[in-house]
Design a protein around this ligand. Structure first.
Ligand SMILES: [Cu+2]
Ligand SMILES: [Zn+2]
Length: 189
């Protein structure tokens, strides 16, 4: 399969939905199907989260699935303003509304700067932007690298998945100018 890659130096701020799904499909295929037909396998789940909005209402779900050499983040949101939204894994698994500042900074064990377009970046917790459709929903699957899966599923301190009000420019330290935190969920097993 393809190595899960961050979008370092790639063209668009927003990977197309098709590209995201393509990566997911390839990773799932290489995990679930070994060539010869066999009983369907349940993909082991590393972690789950229920995301809440600034008023504490549930506004989405996330699952991290293990795949060969990495993982998949399956993200579903509703009630989110249409448009492009920054998405990050933050250091602390605490989501206190309304501002979710308790989630702390981006997960960054290597002390790098923010963003895949930043020569000193990215943070390990930097994820691609996601797009909310006209009906205010997000339904996407992102490939994530193995070190991030390990950080999430290690049983060590939980991490928080945070959605921002605006797009992440993928280069401005420390959070890509992506605006307020609008949704947050604690990833746990
Ligand atoms: Cu963030
Ligand atoms: Zn960051």
């Amino acid at each position: 399969m393809t190595t899960p890659a961050r979008s370092r130096g790639s063209g668009s701020l927003v990977p197309s939905g098709l590209a995201q799904v393509g990566i997911a499909a390839a990773a799932l295929a290489s995990t679930a199907c070994g060539g010869t037909p066999k009983t369907p396998q349940v993909v082991p789940q590393a972690a789950n989260a229920h995301l809440i909005d600034s008023q504490g209402r549930e506004t989405g779900t996330a699952s991290v699935l293990l795949s060969k050499g990495g993982g998949l983040l399956v993200l579903k949101l509703w009630g989110v303003a249409p448009g492009v939204h920054g998405l990050h894994l933050h250091t602390t698994g605490m989501c206190d509304p309304p501002g979710f500042l308790s989630a702390d900074a981006h997960y960054n064990p290597q002390k790098r700067q923010h963003g895949s377009r930043n020569p000193q970046g990215p943070h390990a917790g930097d994820l691609p932007n996601v797009v909310a459709r006209g009906d205010s929903t997000v339904d996407t699957t992102l490939a994530i690298p193995a070190d991030l899966v390990r950080a999430i599923g290690s049983g060590a301190a939980a991490k928080a998945l945070v959605v921002h009000a605006g797009p992440d420019d993928l280069k401005t330290d420390p959070s890509g100018n992506s605006g307020p935190r609008i949704a947050c969920g604690v990833l746990q097993r």
